[in-house]
Design a protein around this ligand. Sequence first.
Ligand SMILES: C[S@@+](CC[C@H](N)C(=O)[O-])C[C@H]1O[C@@H](n2cnc3c(N)ncnc32)[C@H](O)[C@@H]1O
Ligand SMILES: [Zn+2]
Length: 1002
Amino acid sequence: MIPKSCKRLAEVDFPIAVVSKHSAREKSIRHGHPSTLHLWWARRPLAACRAMLLGLLLPDPCDPHCPKDFKQNARKTLTPILGVRAGDAGLRKGLLDFIGEFANWDNANDRNYVDAARELVKAAHPEETPLVVDPFAGGGSIPLEALRLGCEAFASDLNPVACLILKVMLEDIPRHGPKLAEELRRVGKEIKEQAEKELAEFYPEDDDGARPIAYLWARTVRCESPNCGAEIPLMRSFWLCKKPKRKRALRYSVVRPKGEPPRVEFEVFEPKSDKEVPEGTVSRARATCVCCGSVLTPDRVRAQLAAQRGGADAIFDGKGNRIGGARMTAVVTLKPGERGRHYRLPNQADYKAVWKAQKHLQKILDEWEQGGKQGLCPVPDEPTPTGGGSGAGRAFSVQKYGMMQWADLFTARQKVALGELVRVRPEATLLSEPYALVIGRLADGSSSLTRWQTGAEKISNNYSRQALPIVWDFTEPNLFGEATRSLSSMFEWVAEYAQKQYTASLSGQVQQADACDCGLPSESVAVWFTDPPYYDAIPYSDLSDFFYVWLKRTIPNHQLLRDPFDPGNPLVPKEREAVQDETKVFNGRSKDRAFFEERMEKAFAEGRRILKEDAVGSVVFAHKTTEGWEALLSGMIRGGWTITGSWPIATEMASRLRAMESAALATSVHLVCRPRPEDAPVGDWADVLRELPKKVGDWMERLQAEHVRGADLVFACIGPALEIFSKYSKVETPEGREVPLAEFLLKVWEVVGRMALEQVLGTAEAKARNGAAGALEEDARLTALFLWTLQSTNGEVGQASSLSDGEEADEENIEGEETGKMPVPQGKARGFSLAFDVARRFAQPLGIDLPRWEGRIIKTEKGVVRLLPVSERAKQLFGSEGTKTVAERFEKDSRDVERFLFAEMEEEPAPKVRGRGKRSKTTVDPSALNREGRGEATTLDRVHAAMLLQSSGQANALRALIESEQDRGPDFVRLANALSALYPAGSEEKRLVDAMLLAVRR
Ligand SMILES: C[S@@+](CC[C@H](N)C(=O)[O-])C[C@H]1O[C@@H](n2cnc3c(N)ncnc32)[C@H](O)[C@@H]1O
Ligand SMILES: [Zn+2]
């Protein structure tokens, strides 16, 4: 047994950089990874879980209480693999190196590594196999790794879909992996043949033997202009294939028959340049009629689609002629003996197949109704999420478009096909659960919210993000097309996973349970390691209903597919779900921040209850608002834990981050914790404050050496700070007032912000609030802090959003990605953004008054603060005369910059400065402009002015400006250099400031 007083490895050190590298890389690994078994949102990288688990399970050899036997055995185990230096420190280093190397995906199934890891765990826990518990297990990364390390694993989740995935991963596959894979392939073939026969008439081949693999559709609305009435196909893009060497697109002509509304006709063509491809007809739910040019407002677009229940189905007359609804725009085919995908216009036969599918579906539904609606409706008639609010619910807007039931997300043909596959499910119990996952996978690639990826020529899945944004022009796969999203490929993914994962051959235990009441006996657990929901970032239960409605039809009455707390609930349990989402209620109360905190507290208290005396815990968390962090931490502390270690691990490749100019987190923080002793002392606030800067300072240094930067660095400092605070039962001021966590965290943000400023600008600025002399002004400090926070850990921050072709240019401004990123205002607004909450937490204690800079260097909208790009400041700085005129005047007389900057201030004391973004009509706070007399230009204004002169090629004026600034003092160059280091590589700002600096006299 490892004595309680002995530190675990993860409480003293951790190979942050190596594990981060392997974690980030894992995202691009496909074969054999759990993500290929079934989708779950925000799965933790296995590399991070594996490494962290080892760090938690193994004692630190340098600790005086470390068992001797462990040291001996560990040395013996490690030596053949990587050679270990003498002494305890040598062994510690050996263990850390091993953890780093084992995090590599390529070694994860290597027998040598797996066996060595298991031996190490055994050496640390010779008496009994440690039990690892994860009560928020989700997609199962943590328990899967626990099994790999030879531990016992207990995984629970409230969500039935998660539980089914866990069951297959932790029970079915470890027991029957290879057999399961083989059976799945065999039965898969049979089922495919059978279903293909049944459904053949709905997926006809072309006359020339070509086989359609995907049908491209556009939802349509009618132009409401009085003399038009044309049908508007809603097309975000007319591109079909956009490969470097192969380009295909659609273009249209307008036919104007007498006495009828005009009509749009398509043609497939090979564009020579981008310009030949027409602009999309819809953007942000605003549709443009290509026949008359009039615009249909979002309200009308939504109303018209709502009248068609979303509009994914074509509408036919009694004879099968299409008269409205969704319009097929193109069909993608494969031709025997020919390479590549072909694109053609739809024909009568294509529509006829759809019409038949609709009639077939009607027949099925009629039969069900006539039979007295026995059992479940053949198509998912359960309601879709209402969505909305400012919390997790913002991921959903389907109801705005009339998709009120889950069935409305699918075309009739998709419903028929999925329904048929549900019906022909395999008999064997061994296959029932994996088969359900095949159906889930299939549904994910087969809804009307999938897109044609013009680069890869594939179909994206329904959940390419953690949200369900409307897709105007969607794609329908041919399930038997042996290409993208086909039935065979779905079987193969699951079978392949079953085969590959099998190496981790111990089986775990899965249970559906609320983390606040997990049902395990007290003092039974060696490691409690979990990854709780990220506050408001992911609406798991609503998202998973999409799968649940199909799964429960595939394996009816499965013991995991139910709501144990409300048997009448047709969907997954919601009430007890820990999430911040004000559109949801618990005990009649809306799920606000207090609710989330309370859930966390209960779950942490429950975790503490089941821990053995010598056990450790760990919690993964990633959230980019301080609010999310505060809610988690307060739950943790109130639940009786103290933090003893903290390691940020990068889990995202920078390129995957959606809004790269916002402070999207690339890392998640792994907090190591222990139960707080019942007799923990009361802390003295003054002591805590004294300890804080040193602790944070040392930590920032270490993390920077490991390339952790910006917002990631900020949140990674919480752990060490909390080590100080959470070791006390409470912290009090000399007057006996208990200091709340929130107050402590304010101090933490202040210390971090101050140290950041000190690094980027120097000591004077960091002390500026206390009136330090020689400091740069407030706007420079705000800008520097802002840019510093934006730096991202894993690679460079990119320039303002250049969305990849169609992938993410969503119509709805919906939250994406895993770590709770803020929606970045879209449209024309450019610049770098931070959550308002984060900007405020930093600015305030450093004496920066945000409102004062509103409209001058920042703009706040919808909870997001945007740093104005320099280009947007031109009018402010140079007035309406423009850069050129000012530059000319300035060249003649360069003595007084003030006369030229803010020139318009003279005539009009409070100029209205208009940004380019359409929602940004902010007025500059006059006090910011003329607080100390007219046109007071700050050093930042001067640097920006120089950048603008550089940008418009006013070399002479620029030289004159720089010279006069250099004569004034060192501040101008000092700030310009700091900005050069802070502006993201590749950004326009960086280019300008660097080019401008070339003109500086050395
Ligand atoms: C961040 S995810 C876990 C992801 C997991 N670590 C993985 O790698 O896939 C959080 C999980 O908590 C679950 N959850 C939310 N509230 C819960 C509750 N009260 N009890 C148990 N699980 C809950 C969600 O269903 C979700 O699967
Ligand atoms: Zn029109």
